[in-house]
Design a binder for this molecule. Structure first.
Ligand SMILES: *Cc1c(COP(=O)(O)O)cnc(C)c1O
Length: 476
């Protein structure tokens, strides 16, 4: 059973070879998914710490006091960065999603008497909150954002809190939002939650290691009275290897429902602060190492570099015919739109051919599809190259014209109720969408634009169902 024993050198060579088809994690040309400081020594340090602690187990902090110490120190660094008082406590988690899941779970379980709990968020909140509601049985009330600024509308959010009075266990906002890179008005929303005695979570997953060194006009973190929890990912702009984020609570009482123990079985008494139980100490050690390595001045420099790069991207796009910046960004994320003479899906395909990954974002509630760019420090120096490549791609994409989705197909997509589809129907639809070949072979086509354009006109529920069917088949 299982594979034949293989010499270590051959296995390593194979791993190396497998990586060849992946997006590059370094070099500054992958503008989503990865974050690159461009500092080789920091990368090497992170890798070494990851390897050194890869076998340790955060399941029991008394058995591995090194992990407890590093976690406490990272929380201490973050507490100060985010203007937390002495009462702030925190947990190192495996990523932004886990931090958010735990924030929602703790808020729900703080109110066992509320049997139909509600989460109030702006429509721009990260989908991790949707997942949390799905996992933990909350109703999500998504409040439309200001259509001009894409920022949360505090008045509308307050109205939603009142409409669901007695059921709201948590309100959340983003600093900044992923899709548009803008900071929600934390102070105004906090005024509403404070008045109503509600918890308020600030999702700083992507901004947490940027905004403390940026010139942000208004307070947005624990400096705002009423912010009860905050998430900040270390595996994004802290430039730590993947698998690490922070969840902070304003005080220990707010965190209390997050902690879990079970003595009701014959094994060890399980005692956890996170979703994971056995968990590698590697990502924590790597984050601790990289955060120490860069220090305050290191991050100040990296943030300055990536903000300069972002400003250069924004300025370059503004001079580019057919493109515009959807909203001036507050941080290092840019959403780019077109004037309709070309489409973002063709653009992202063409950019990929030139070695640049930019992330298409589907249209949402009437707003057209956009391209997402997360700018790391390592990209800043090559922004002129990026803009040149983008300009060439726009020219080519305009020449080709936007992908047109067949009117009949569009009408069919709009009419389909995904709940009524069986497995065979999904097989057929995946072929129509271009996500499966003849005979049902599953995989991505060479050019994603036709697939994305079709998914873009599909109602979100159908898009979700199709992609779930795709993932299901991809992983069989
Ligand atoms: C990335 C991100 C998350 C989710 O984090 P993961 O690490 O991908 O699980 C949540 N919120 C925002 C704003 C993000 O950018």
């Amino acid at each position: 059973m299982g594979p034949e024993p293989t010499p270590a050198a051959a296995v390593l060579a194979q791993l190396e070879q497998l990586r060849a088809d992946d997006l590059p994690t370094h070099g500054g040309r992958t503008l989503a998914y990865v974050y690159d400081s461009g500092v080789a020594e920091a990368d090497e340090l992170g890798r070494q710490a990851l390897a050194m602690y890869g076998g340790t187990n955060g399941l029991d902090p008394t058995a591995f006091p090194s992990l407890l110490r590093m976690e406490t120190e990272l929380v201490g660094v973050a507490r100060e960065m985010f203007h937390g008082g002495p009462d702030v406590v925190g947990t190192v988690t495996s990523g932004g999603t886990e931090s958010i899941l735990l924030a929602v779970q703790a808020a729900r379980d703080a109110h066992p008497e509320i049997t139909d709990p509600v989460l109030v968020v702006p429509t721009t909140i990260h989908a991790a909150f949707h997942k949390a509601c799905h996992y933990f049985g909350l109703e999500r009330v998504s409040v439309p954002v200001d259509p001009g600024t894409f920022r949360a509308d505090p008045t509308a959010m307050a109205a939603a809190m009142d409409e669901h009075a007695g059921r709201v266990v948590l309100v959340a906002v983003s600093t900044p939002s992923y899709a548009h890179g803008v900071i929600d008005p934390v102070e105004e929303v906090a005024a509403a939650t404070r008045e109503r005695g509600l918890r308020l979570h600030v999702d700083a997953c992507i901004g947490g290691w940027v905004l403390p060194w940026a010139d942000v006009a208004d307070p947005w973190d624990f400096a705002v009275e009423g912010v009860t929890s905050l998430s900040a990912d270390l595996h994004k702009y802290a430039y730590a290897p993947k698998g690490v984020s922070l969840l902070l609570h304003a005080d220990a009482a707010l965190r209390r429902p997050q902690l879990f123990a079970s003595a009701d079985w014959p094994g060890y008494t399980m005692l956890n602060s996170t979703v994971q139980s056995t968990k590698s100490g590697g990502p924590l050690a790597a984050a601790w190492a990289v955060v120490r390595y860069f220090g305050d001045s290191g991050y100040a420099r990296l943030v300055r570099t990536s903000l300069e790069g972002t400003r250069a991207v924004v300025a370059g796009i503004e001079t580019q015919e057919h493109l515009h910046v959807v909203v001036p960004p507050d941080s290092t994320l840019v959403a780019i739109g077109t004037d309709g003479s070309c489409d973002v899906f063709t653009l992202s395909d063409l950019m990929l051919e030139r070695g640049w990954f930019v992330q298409p974002q589907m249209g949402f509630e009437g707003a057209p599809a956009t391209l997402h760019v997360s700018l790391s420090a390592a990209t800043a120096a090559s922004v002129p190259d990026f803009l040149t490549a983008l300009g060439e791609c726009v020219e080519e994409a305009v020449r080709r014209g936007p992908v047109v989705v067949d009117a009949e197909l569009r009408a069919a997509a709009e009419a389909i109720d995904p709940a009524t589809l069986d497995d065979d129907a999904f097989d057929g639809l995946l072929q129509v969408a271009g996500l499966a070949g003849e005979g049902g072979t599953i995989g991505l086509p060479e050019h994603m634009a036709p697939v994305n354009a079709l998914l873009d006109v599909a109602p979100p529920r159908l898009r979700e169902a199709l992609l779930v069917a795709f993932l299901d088949r991809l992983t069989r």
